[in-house]
Ligand binder design. Structure first.
Ligand SMILES: Nc1nc2c(ncn2[C@@H]2O[C@H](COP(=O)(O)OP(=O)(O)OP(=O)(O)O)[C@@H](O)[C@H]2O)c(=O)[nH]1
Ligand SMILES: [Mg+2]
Length: 461
């Protein structure tokens, strides 16, 4: 038996060792020894059991020490079922199916849009979660603090899979022991980390609370999508502009969430649930969006023209170019001339422009700055460097003029440059010949002489 055949044994899921019921050869015995290490996955098939008179011979083969022994006649097609059964038992295909189902589920979960439901106790988080999943996964009750741990469920909407994480309401510090508060905030952070989009549920009839601000901060810092869900609208009086007044109040008290969409719903009466989910999907699309560097830098040059970065103590701040470094969270990096004291107001301006012009109106946008090293050429900074902002083009242009200066006049024409080069070459040549002449007459060389000659020739022009 070749080495290759033997090496295949270890990688095989099952081995069928075929023997002849009429004889056992020395090669069979040798192979038996080799297969001893694989008895748990070997089936010993005793061939040539062509009729019932030979069936008793099978028993002799149990002495080889294999647990699975089947008799068959490959010539007559007998015993093939037994071999098949033995193989199926060995391969444990049920397990494979389970495994595949598990992998499929995990894959689906990976693609599922993860929604965390957060907010104060009693705002209706569990009512909303149960409504969406269509199951009573969480207990709903008027007692604040009913949900104690994260409850997970799933549902689909418009062909998209969702996973929902119903959480324990975050309570006010004064009402609970320190460690419970610590525990629930920690839990909230963990859930926010797991989620793509957070539903911040607020009881419309009660309004905002300090805890909501705390959660809002956590969400924004982590760059997650958020939808402000004003629940229990059925309890509102129905006065004209009531919802608008509530929205204005939220905007006033939550400037940090100025980008977050607000949806008014009633979880109890299933009002505007479709609208809420449509908004969630819109937020998710923006969170996953990527803008290519050329588009960003074309926009950046326009933003720079509209509003130049302000002057600092040592001159103008400049933004050379930028690039989107990640989606989910949405992060941009801009290269600037000076990072120290770079005006926060201009960073905010860039964020607003990104939101307004590049399609990130509903999600948190993070902007990082990096100082571009002076010695680094655009070429070395990669593709994005090719697209320069108007600002940068302005800073480069005077430099080019300077290079082309000849004498006291700036002649920014290629011709002027050529003349200068010729004159230089001529001066060099003259200097060399003066130097050689001096050297041969005085017998001593001197660089100063050559330099003086060059100077002279320059002065004579
Ligand atoms: N009127 C009205 N009541 C609601 C609405 N949604 C929830 N509720 C009620 O508000 C109470 C609290 O609901 P839950 O869903 O348990 O609230 P929760 O936010 O999960 O509360 P905790 O788990 O304690 O944090 C229950 O009595 C609900 O019936 C709504 O849209 N309208
Ligand atoms: Mg609950």
């Amino acid at each position: 038996m070749s080495k290759k055949s033997l090496s295949l044994l270890s990688g095989a899921d099952a081995i069928v060792f075929l023997m002849d019921c009429t004889e056992v050869t020395p090669e069979d015995q040798m192979l038996c020894e080799k297969l001893r290490a694989y008895t748990d996955k070997t089936i010993l098939a005793v061939n040539k059991i062509d009729d019932y008179t030979r069936e008793d011979l099978i028993w002799n083969y149990f002495s080889f020490g294999f647990q699975r022994v089947v008799g068959l006649s490959s010539a007559h097609g007998l015993g093939i079922d037994s071999l098949e059964d033995a193989l199926l038992g060995l391969l444990d295909l049920d397990d494979v199916e389970d495994e595949e189902a598990k992998e499929l589920e995990e894959e689906e979960n990976k693609n599922a849009l993860k929604l965390a439901v957060l907010g104060k106790p009693n705002t209706g988080k569990s009512t909303l979660s149960n409504l969406l999943t269509g199951e009573e996964l969480s207990i709903v009750s008027p007692i604040a603090g009913t949900t104690r741990d994260v409850v997970k469920g799933g549902f689909s909407y418009k062909g998209r899979e969702f996973e929902i994480l119903d959480t324990a309401g975050i309570r006010r510090k004064a009402k609970v022991e320190e460690d419970v508060e610590y525990y629930s905030v920690n839990r909230a952070i963990k859930t926010i980390d797991e989620a793509h989009v957070v539903l911040l549920v607020i009881d419309s009839s009660e309004g905002l609370a300090e805890q909501d601000k705390k959660i809002a901060n956590l969400i924004v810092r982590r760059g997650k999508g958020v939808v402000i869900v004003m629940n229990k609208t059925d309890l509102l009086s129905g006065m004209a502009n009531e919802q608008q007044a509530l929205e204005d109040r939220v905007r006033f008290l939550f400037p940090i969430l100025n980008f977050a969409p607000i949806e008014f719903i009633s979880a109890k009466n299933a009002v505007n649930i479709g609208g809420l989910l449509d908004t969630v999907m819109k937020v998710d699309r923006q969170l996953s969006k990527r803008v290519d560097t050329a588009t960003l830098n074309n926009a950046l040059s326009q933003w720079g023209e509209d509003y130049q970065p302000p002057r600092g103590a040592t001159g103008h701040f400049k933004v050379y170019y930028g690039t989107q470094i990640s989606a989910q969270p949405v992060k941009f990096l801009f290269f600037v001339n000076r990072k120290k004291d770079f005006p926060a107001v201009y960073v905010q301006y860039l964020k607003n422009c990104i939101r307004k012009d590049l399609g990130f109106s509903l999600v948190p946008v993070e902007v990082d700055l990096r100082e571009r090293e002076r010695s680094t050429s655009n070429h070395m900074l990669g593709q994005s460097a090719k697209v320069r902002s108007a600002e940068e083009r302005e800073t480069v242009r005077p430099k080019q003029v300077k290079i082309q200066k000849t004498g006291g006049k700036a002649k920014a024409t290629p011709k002027a440059k050529k003349v200068g080069a010729k004159a230089k070459a001529k001066a060099k040549e003259q200097a060399r010949s003066t130097y050689n002449a001096k050297k041969s007459s005085a017998g001593t060389g001197g660089r100063s002489g050559a330099r003086a000659a060059a100077k002279q020739s320059k002065g004579g022009r």
